[in-house]
Design a protein around this ligand. Structure first.
Ligand code: PLP
Length: 412
């Protein structure tokens, strides 16, 4: 018997996903096959352990599923070993730290204020609590990673581990250089490629393989799978990583999600995925062009990947928080984001982060994204009036009405 109250909430969310322009850089729309598997009977199965080494009976079929997932992701990235069990990106990073570090060890990661992630050493996160984290960041002039400063820090601090990767960084990351510096100074080099995993898989962003000792990712961002995490590593770290995930940090793996991951990896291996990844970047470039024409200041001067950080404070004299609300009101979903050297508190922020993956999945091309950027500029640069709001809503509806994805899904 369905809980009507609950299903109606899900249906409202489905309608929001249908009618909004989704620009959250870390979100995407999964295929109906991924949805089906994530909601499959595999949710019923306990499978602590790994294929052929389980602590429960009846695992022969989920073993096949997990093997497919492991094999496919290793093929995609040329990885030596993969653990597909982490429930999320944060769990994947936790497991890596658990496998490689002792309490109090020194680690160097990208500063959250400059685009890094909470799990890269934020003082309120388990990473910052348990390990002695230091941070590198971007230069004030270019707002791109200050590689010289990074090198100096590695040489001075001599960390046991260096973490590369970011949540809000719009330029290519030089993994080769970062790995060389880390290794020359006796550190292990880990890349958290959560945001760019799909771009790397398609060859449109340089790969952290083979420079990195360990690579973590989420599966739900540009990779376009279910919410989840994966760890890939060189063979020599495989046993430690597997032990850190289970029994170190998790109990039973989410076999329905692992099945959905395997389906996602299958999709990544199809030729269409390359086209999608290329289009993500073309679309980000199309937005960059319009924002520049409209006189907006873009952090780091623009983008090489799937996201843009727009300095709305410098461009329109409003906070990121207000910009997020103004866009929400016209059915455009983005998030406020701190920019490097931000003078506002993170909850207010001076920027918004805009990503193209989700609407690229829905079929938007350059001309659509140009129109989205024009709508955003029109809304943010003008007075907050009902007329402008109504006009923007109409322009958004015109863009979304041609989208067919999820039109046949029903939840009630
Ligand atoms: N790593 C990076 C770089 C991220 O951007 C994120 C999420 O935004 C994560 C890890 C954490 O992923 P999850 O939300 O699945 O824990």
């Amino acid at each position: 018997m369905k809980d009507k109250l609950l299903f109606e909430s899900v249906e409202r969310e489905l309608n929001r996903q249908r009618s909004n322009i989704e620009l959250i850089a870390s979100e995407n729309f999964v295929s109906e096959e991924v949805l089906e598997l994530a909601g499959s009977v595999l949710t019923n199965k306990y499978a602590e352990g790994y294929p052929a080494k389980r602590y429960y009976g009846g695992c022969q079929f989920v073993d096949e599923v997990e093997e497919l997932a492991r094999k496919r992701i290793c093929e995609i990235y040329g990885a030596e070993h993969a653990n597909v069990q982490p429930h999320s990106g944060a769990q994947a990073n936790t497991a890596v730290y658990l496998a490689l570090l002792q309490h109090g060890d020194k680690v160097l990661g990208m500063s959250l204020a400059d685009g890094g992630h909470l799990t890269h050493g934020h003082p309120l996160n388990f990473s910052g609590i348990n390990y002695e984290f230091y941070s590198y960041g971007v230069s004030k002039e270019t707002e791109t990673i200050d590689y010289e400063e990074y090198k100096k820090k590695v040489e001075e601090i001599k960390p046991k581990l260096v973490v590369a990767g970011a949540s809000a960084y719009s330029r290519i990351i030089d993994f080769e250089f970062m790995a060389k510096v880390a290794h020359d100074n006796g550190a292990l080099f880990m890349v958290d490629m959560a945001h760019i995993a799909g771009l790397v898989a398609a060859g449109v962003h340089p790969s952290p393989f083979p420079y990195a000792d360990i690579v973590t990712t989420t599966t739900h961002k540009t990779l376009r799978g279910p919410r989840g995490g994966v760890i890939m590593c060189k063979k020599e770290f495989a046993a430690d990583i597997d032990r850190a995930v289970f029994p170190g940090m998790q109990g039973g793996p989410l076999m329905h999600i692992i099945a959905a991951k395997a389906q996602c990896f299958y999709e990544v291996q199809q030729p269409e995925f390359k086209e999608y990844a290329k289009q993500i970047i073309k679309n980000a470039k199309a937005m960059e062009k319009v924002f520049k024409e409209e006189g907006f200041r873009l952090v780091a001067g623009g983008t090489d990947n799937h996201l843009l950080l727009v300095d709305v404070k410098a461009s329109c004299g409003i906070s990121g928080k207000k910009a997020q609300r103004l866009l929400d009101e016209i059915n455009i979903t983005a998030n406020k984001n701190a920019i490097p050297f931000d003078t506002e508190k993170p909850f207010k922020a001076s920027g918004i982060r805009i990503g193209t993956p989700a609407m690229t999945t829905k079929g938007f091309k350059e001309e659509d994204f140009e129109e989205v950027a024009r709508i955003i500029a029109y809304r943010l640069k003008n007075e907050e009036t009902d007329e402008i709001k109504e006009e923007c809503l109409k322009r958004v509806a015109k863009l979304t009405e041609k989208v067919t994805m999820y039109s046949n899904i029903k939840y009630i």
